[in-house]
Ligand binder design. Structure first.
Ligand SMILES: [Zn+2]
Length: 347
């Protein structure tokens, strides 16, 4: 952390601000270890590896998921050896983490590889980032930042960024901050240690479906966004209104993960209940997804692939066709979609 971040922080226990920094000698880049103290309620928040830990009294669900993530064999290498995300693993696979999300074309990013889904969803990330039209002056909060490559990309644009997560996967950020600095902290997204109106943009990829209380999660995001700011969520698990819940959710639950299969109407209602009056659910290009997968997996140059390239070339025709897919996608399977919520200037 750097001392500037104290300007947006508050004590998650009592709401007091500012917090007091008690640091050990830091390196050139940031305060790597120390403590934040709340002069009001005497709560203490540890800083380790530059990450501030605000999980001081996280609820059982958060702690359970954090543990499940620590115990998960996230990476399997070419020889079939499995690795949990530890300091050692982060060093060993440094070059791979640094090329997230699209990867370097090696087997970890290809079919069956540990980063396959990240690589194949990278097109969605870059298109969402492009649509943000970042000028470099934005204050951005990334929730559920995981390895935090998105925060890194935003920081490279010059934005001032905070990456938040509950898991130790966030420690991968140490690789990125040397190149483009951003803040990192552990916190529950339902009770974030930020003052009201602190951010221009809140961004999340595949994170909010880990909430068991969408209304509370959206309300908390609404609180930390400045009036005129927006929330952008991509890669969320979203079920069609008629679609049955996939059995994988039950397996995830048993392992300790908090994934929940909300359908699109529940998403919209959750955002509105959290206080957002302008909520847009956007169905993204299926052709882009198809091409991304084709490129990554190889295979025959079929009619479908040709059609996908044709549609990508003729965007107007594609968006015309998109109209016909909206209802079936809403009811059965949304596939690639995102949700954007605006905090109005008068909210
Ligand atoms: Zn306090």
């Amino acid at each position: 952390m750097r001392e500037e971040v104290l300007g947006v922080l508050k004590c998650p226990a009592c709401g007091n601000s500012p917090l007091k920094l008690n640091k050990r000698p830091d390196n050139q880049l940031e305060v790597r270890s120390g403590k934040l103290l709340c002069p009001n309620c005497a709560a203490e928040y540890l800083i380790e590896d530059g990450i501030i830990d605000f999980l001081y009294n996280a609820n059982a669900g958060v702690l359970r998921e954090r543990k499940a993530m620590d115990e998960d064999d996230y990476i399997t290498d070419d020889r079939g050896d499995k690795f949990k995300i530890t300091d050692e693993t982060i060093k060993r696979f440094k070059d791979k983490f640094l090329v997230l999300p699209e990867g370097d074309g090696s087997s970890l990013f290809k079919k069956g590889g540990s980063f396959q889904s990240t690589a194949e969803a990278s097109g969605r990330f870059y298109s969402a980032m492009e649509q943000l039209r970042l000028t470099g002056r934005e204050k951005i909060l990334e929730i559920g930042a995981c390895f935090s490559y998105a925060s890194f990309k935003f920081a490279q644009k010059g934005c001032s960024v905070v990456a938040l997560d509950i898991s130790n996967y966030l420690k991968v950020s140490s690789l990125y901050v040397e190149k483009a600095y951003f803040e990192r902290l552990f916190s529950d997204m339902h009770n974030m240690p930020f003052l009201d109106n602190s951010f221009d943009i809140v961004f999340g990829s595949a994170v909010l479906h880990h909430s068991k209380d969408l209304k509370a999660a959206f309300a908390e995001i609404m609180r930390v966004l400045r009036p005129g700011g927006k929330l952008v969520l991509i890669n969320e698990a979203g079920r069609g209104v008629w679609e049955r819940i996939h059995p994988v959710y039950k397996q995830m639950e048993e392992k300790g993960f908090g994934d929940t299969a909300y359908n699109l109407l529940e998403w919209k209602k959750g955002a509105q209940a959290g206080g957002f009056r302008r909520v847009k659910i956007i169905f993204s290009s299926l052709a882009d997804d198809y091409i991304m997968k084709y490129k990554n997996r190889g295979g025959k140059y079929t009619f479908k692939v040709r059609l996908a390239y044709f549609l990508r070339k003729h965007r107007r025709f594609e968006s015309f066709l998109l109209w016909f897919t909206i209802l079936p996608r809403l009811l059965t399977r949304p596939k690639s979609w995102k949700i954007i919520c605006y905090k109005n200037a008068e909210d």
